[in-house]
Ligand binder design. Sequence first.
Ligand code: GLN
Length: 476
Amino acid sequence: MEYSAVTLGRMIQERKVSVAEAAKAVLQTIQEKERTYHCYVTVCSEESILEQAEKIQRKIDDHTLTSPLAGVPVAIKDNMLTKGIPTTCSSKILEHFIPTYTATAVQNLEKAGALILGKTNMDEFAMGSTTETSAFGVTKNPSDPSHVPGGSSGGSAAAVALDECTYALGSDTGGSIRQPCSYCGVTGIKPTYGTVSRNGLVAYGSSLDQIGPIAKNVTDCATILQTISSHDPLDSTSYPRGDLNFTDHLTCDVKGMKIGIPKDYFGDGLQEDVKEKVLQVGKELEAKGAILEEFDLRFVKYAVPTYYVIACAEASSNLSRFDGVKYGYRTPENTDLHTMYKRTRSEGFGSEVKRRIMLGSFVLSSGYYDAYYLKALKSKALIKQAFDRAFETYDMILAPVAPSTAPKLGESLQDPLQMYLSDIYTISVNLAGLPSIAFPCGSDSKGLPIGAQLIGNCFEEHKIIRAAYTYECEKG
Ligand code: GLN
């Protein structure tokens, strides 16, 4: 079914389609396309999906479930815990792990009557930009299967683009919602840090991670974000916000809004047609009454090194819990405790994850802590200050999502450093805790999608939602 989430939800409420019919249609699409694109690590059994559908339908029929998302089929990135459904983080170390509880964001969806289809493929532990570091095979780009879908939420973005689900959840530590959205031609939001609970999200870089929606349009994203956001005592960094009514801001009006265009984001290394299409978004918003201005953001060149020091440091600590004792895989060798730890981790983690654990342990080690980790924290503060200054003048910032369109399969992994550099436009947003919406704005000469992002100040999702919605309205 090619309907957006809100449209399908409305049809379900109006009894034009039943939840079971919606479920069967999407299962049919999964069956047709999954072999080629491989968006999922786990698809729930037809039996359990139809059982869920029946329960939801009953509640809709007796009017206890009136949410716009009730009965709408959703896919969840495989780093969010789902009780009774395997959660692997696309890693061998969690291959047969079945959680005993469900992540708060997913619980919020369940309360709204979401129909969970399964778990989507991703880079192992969300480390990567292509979904190729998954231990369970690569996902292909919906526009051209010889290209990557982006990452790390590549399975979620591709599944939405291919109608293998109506919408999906992703997580974004340094761009993992926005960049695959951009490569696959769909829309996604990385919310302000603290808006969506991280309880039950397998931690990568805890100070950067946020869960967010991936969907077909801005209306869906605003509706989903409103549903999953909550203040959660189980996440100590969850923030009690009183302004979570994002759908109120779906208005086609940007008159007087000031949009900053950071010159540093449109220089060398940016693919020409990406630059052109992203700037075109600015022109269209200007035609609707927005005020555009170029400015120097500063400190952009420090974003990649700062991010990789901090993200790897936090990852090395977070991933120490995978030791063969508490969760998932344990080496079959019968040996002493320390060898068991070593073998389990050597056999269970893939090479990108190991590289980051080593890098993280190195920057946190006593001889190098000040030189690397502490320095990274200082430059993170400078990056945040640069954004604070920008938001004194501008309501939002327009930027590309990635320097190019989706690379070919196999190209990026040959050179990890090059891959890290391609995160240049997304990672500062996480370092500064800001919200950002990525949405499609055209395609390149090969027909591969191009994405733009609008970055807002903390707690100002409403502004970027309004501007992206205005752009979408204009495009029809
Ligand atoms: N590509 C970045 C990384 O590999 C971002 C990943 C993410 O946001 N999870 O760390």
